[in-house]
Design a protein around this ligand. Structure first.
Ligand SMILES: [Zn+2]
Length: 309
């Protein structure tokens, strides 16, 4: 018999005890990123030597210095690694997200630094290439609009939603969630996202938005509920799991981030879906942090890119 173990949580004082100083932070990050056999993050070579400078190694193959930050989202950061760990802790444990203002106070850093740090973590949280399958709910929502308007736009076309932020969600029941910032709710946009993220043969559940009609032509089974007729559940046909994702995301949008700017939406959405996926509360806090560390590998986001118009 499978006995379900309760997820182990870590409090912030425990985390402080686990990572008492910068040496501890580097040792921990090296163990997470490299395992027992350190290797060069540029070429993968294992013939490496410790260099004189703290935390630095020397690669005998590409003949360059490196640290555990090299070729990761942390590569250009001078901020202590210990603070990176704390920022990741706040990101995985805060259900509604953590604001840059709040993080700046927790870590004694400027709000600008906290903001850049959080966006690099969110960028790292982007969904992997795995396709959803089985039973998948698909739905879209408007951020910034009134919840009561949500379904009326479907009667009126997109009227009344000019300039609103649109997010599309795809959630495999008992599985992963993908969130996408989209520019419109036309058939081409929605179907393109479905084909990109959902494998053929999957049963897709949607509301009665007419653009979803005909998904059978793309080798999906499609079932919908008629929200206009106040039908929300019919057997397995519902989008309730997606609705609960929107509820949490909207609380973050209004309560924590006070309406995030449209151009950064995808990264905020990444953060919320990460917490549902690898960051799920059913997993140990430490496992969730390890998952986030792994996501930092091979990625970068320049401050200039982030602030460019
Ligand atoms: Zn190398």
């Amino acid at each position: 018999m499978l006995i379900k173990r309760k997820a182990q949580t870590i409090g912030v004082t425990q985390l402080a005890a686990m990572i008492p100083h910068e040496y501890g932070a580097f040792a921990l990050m090296e163990a997470i990123m490299w395992g027992p056999d350190p290797y060069c993050p540029r070429c993968g070579n294992q013939k490496i030597n410790e260099a004189k400078r703290d935390f630095h190694f020397w690669c005998g193959s590409c003949r360059k210095h490196f640290t555990v930050r090299t070729n990761t989202m942390m590569a250009t950061s001078n901020m202590p690694l210990r603070k990176w760990f704390f920022a990741m802790y706040f990101l995985v444990t805060a259900r509604k997200g953590v604001s840059s203002l709040q993080l700046s106070k927790e870590l004694s850093i400027s709000q600008r630094t906290a903001w850049y740090l959080l966006h690099r973590l969110r960028e790292a949280c982007a969904s992997g290439p795995d396709l959803l399958s089985g039973h998948v709910e698909v739905d879209e929502t408007f951020l910034g609009g009134k919840e009561t308007n949500k379904h009326s736009y479907k009667k009126l076309g997109n009227m009344g939603h000019e300039g609103k932020t649109i997010v599309m969600g795809l959630r495999q029941r008992e599985g992963q969630t993908v969130g996408r910032h989209i520019s419109a709710t036309d058939r081409l946009t929605l179907w393109t996202e479905i084909q990109k993220h959902v494998s053929k043969g999957t049963t897709i559940y949607t509301d009665d938005h007419p653009v979803y009609r005909g998904l059978e032509r793309k080798e999906y089974t499609h079932e919908s509920v008629n929200h206009r007729q106040k039908e929300y559940v019919r057997g397995d046909a519902h989008t309730n799991s997606m609705e609960s994702v929107w509820a949490v995301m909207k609380r973050g949008y209004v309560g924590t981030y006070h309406h995030w700017s449209d151009k950064h939406t995808q990264r905020y959405v990444n953060e919320f879906t990460f917490r549902l996926n690898a960051g799920d509360v059913q997993h140990d806090t430490w496992d969730r942090m390890i998952a986030l560390c792994q996501c930092l590998k091979g990625k970068k986001l320049k401050y200039k890119e982030l602030t460019a118009n």
